[in-house]
Design a protein around this ligand. Sequence first.
Ligand code: IMP
Length: 220
Amino acid sequence: MTDSPASDSSPFDHQASGSTASDGSTSARPASGDTPARVPAIDQDPRIGEVLLSEEEIAERIREIGERISADYEGEAPLLICVLRGAYVFLTDLARAVNLPVEIDFIAVSSYGSSTRTSGVVRLVKDLDVDLHGRHVILVEDIVDTGLTLRYLRRSLEARNPASLEVCALLARESADIESLGVRYVGFRIPGDFVIGYGLDIAERYRNLRYIALYEPDAT
Ligand code: IMP
């Protein structure tokens, strides 16, 4: 880290609640005496449990899926729809593994809030910008768990008359009936434990892990 006039602030102070000085510059420090809780560095966080899928395993599988998509859609320019936020890391790697001129759009839904249990209600948070009419669409999901999110998205996207609609999920629970859910491309089948990393979060954290790990809420 380089020295700067603000170097008396620790990296742990970087929170959204900064203060604005009279010259208009903002400080990472909180406005008043409310000291934000310090958080451990990623490599020292006890809540990051066993690594389920390493960076290398994920990269290799995405390379294979990219090759399959490139073959299946030869001569086409499929539209990859990234389901925010969990699929954003997968989308960036997957798109670069496809040897076709893909286009990208984003949709955001919410069903988990900040808990590890689905609320059972899917809410559209951000809709697409592009028109799906006549397009070959691949919906890119992070994980299919109960399938609730996917069923909701399928219904919503099919109503917009794409030429075709397929689903590519990095992860699917062993319990998920991916055939009846129409998931064409699946990276890995995993058991029921809550996982974090590679885009997947708990309360918005851990998305930036390069691997996928079990989440251990009670570890200290
Ligand atoms: P479903 O609607 O039950 O299939 O849940 C799908 C969504 O729940 C995913 O797109 C994720 O955002 C979230 N989700 C389900 N399981 C996990 C998990 O283990 N870690 C992080 N997010 C999860």
